[in-house]
Design a protein around this ligand. Structure first.
Ligand SMILES: Cc1cc2nc3c(=O)[nH]c(=O)nc-3n(C[C@H](O)[C@H](O)[C@H](O)COP(=O)(O)O)c2cc1C
Length: 399
């Protein structure tokens, strides 16, 4: 072979990075995005993103429970085309993934919700925005024609909650997620240690130094509009004490009735871990439940979601849609969740790492990683469609 012919056997140069973003070039997994995010964020914002309640048993258990599941692939099934489309609350999604609502995402990237909403739209999946969003719910709706869900934290003053729900409906949000696992504010020590008092970090010599070590983040933070919770601005400036009005522990099943009256679309309860509660929710007429422990951020020692998912599915899966979140980082996690009966998964930190790493393209890339991993996991498991994914596909390593 002539030396000139040898060049035809190799590629010269690096492949184009995802979405043209150089920083993403060496990220192949959500954990790679997490590593990049951890470099970019100051300790306070990172503690808020990564942290969990108290000793973080549940946070760790969320991953541990997935690690204890094993997949039993089928062989010689034709998987030359794999179809990941799924039906979620009456809509057909290209993949059964929803971006979970998170408060204050502008702490991770200056575009916050707008970046996440656009990325979700690009991927054709729903984006849930939080009551504690850092962009007004109307601005997020104006920035995208993709499907949006609104997440409600109900105020002690129910009038304010009603107003919020009505605004979300008027702005075109399609589903209402009512979060029920955050009765009072939980103890998150990583946030306290790093001076995170939402919505604004405490200015102390330590947080200033922390910001100085992350000049790109600090510059964006200081040159963007002040961080706040604009959905709540009609009720005056929001403070730590005012947030405690929201998490006053007074929400009951009675509230679900007026919520359903005010919201004409599907209502989904987020944060259910017991089959009995899921049954009661179905009796009350909700369209779905999210089996969730809030990503391990609320009650420490609460059950890992994949541990209780089958019980909830057995109790209500034939009546309402059952979703799951908390700890999903891989396509195989999504496959396992579907096998245990989930209709779709919500992902929180997985896309937030992408957001912190590279804004909108980073979120889009996180969704692409999970979607592609799911497609490959399905093919290697011998399932060509979501309907083929059954409970026989997974079992617990230690029964
Ligand atoms: C930084 C952060 C903020 C969150 N804020 C909210 C919120 O405002 N409302 C809510 O219902 N859930 C909130 N969650 C929980 C997520 O909606 C979701 O349940 C959780 O992130 C799923 O776990 P995962 O992060 O392991 O995917 C938040 C999660 C994170 C990581």
């Amino acid at each position: 072979m002539k030396p000139s012919e040898m060049w035809q056997l190799v590629h010269v140069g690096r492949p184009a990075p995802p979405y043209g973003v150089r920083a993403l070039a060496r990220c192949y997994s959500i954990e790679d995005l997490a590593r990049l995010a951890r470099r970019r964020l100051p300790a306070g914002a990172l503690g808020y993103l990564d942290g969990g309640g108290e000793d973080e048993w549940t946070l760790r258990r969320n991953r541990g429970a997935f690690a204890e599941l094993e997949i039993l692939p089928r062989v010689l099934a034709d998987v030359s085309t794999v179809d990941t489309t799924a039906s979620v609350l009456g809509a057909t999604l290209p993949v059964p993934i929803v971006l979970a609502p998170v408060g204050a995402p502008r702490l991770f990237h200056h575009e916050g919700e707008l970046a996440a909403a656009r990325a979700a739209r690009g991927a054709g999946i729903p984006y849930g925005i939080s009551t504690l969003s850092t962009q007004p719910l109307e601005a997020v709706a104006a920035a995208t024609d993709g499907p949006l869900w609104f997440q409600l934290y109900a105020w002690g003053d129910r009038g304010l909650s009603k107003e919020l729900v009505q605004r979300a409906h008027a702005a075109g949000y399609r589903a209402l997620l009512v979060t029920v696992d955050s009765t009072v504010r939980s103890h998150r020590e990583r946030e306290l240690r790093h001076g995170i008092v939402l919505p604004t970090p405490n200015l102390t010599p330590r947080t200033v130094l922390d910001g100085a070590r992350h000049p790109r983040w600090a510059w964006r933070f200081l040159t963007s509009s002040a961080l706040g919770f604009p959905n709540l601005s009609m009720s005056g400036p929001i403070s730590h004490t005012r947030l405690s009005d929201m998490f006053d522990g007074s929400l009951t099943w009675e509230d679900l009735r007026w919520i359903r009256e005010v919201w004409p679309g599907p209502v989904v309860l987020k944060g259910v871990l017991r089959a009995g509660d899921a049954k009661r929710a179905a009796d009350e007429g909700v369209a779905g439940v999210v089996v969730s422990n809030h990503g391990g951020r609320e009650l420490d020692h609460s059950a890992a979601t994949v541990d209780v998912l089958p019980e909830v599915v057995d109790a209500v899966g034939d009546r309402i849609e059952v979703f799951v979140d908390s700890g999903i980082r891989r396509g195989t996690d999504i496959l396992a969740a579907l096998a245990l009966g989930a209709r779709a998964v919500l992902v929180g930190r997985a896309y937030l790492y992408g957001l912190a790493a590279a804004g909108e393209p980073g979120v889009r890339y996180a969704i692409d990683i999970l979607s592609e991993e799911l497609r490959v996991a399905m093919a290697l498991s011998g399932v060509a469609t979501i309907a083929d994914v059954g409970r026989d596909l997974v079992r617990r390593i230690r029964p």
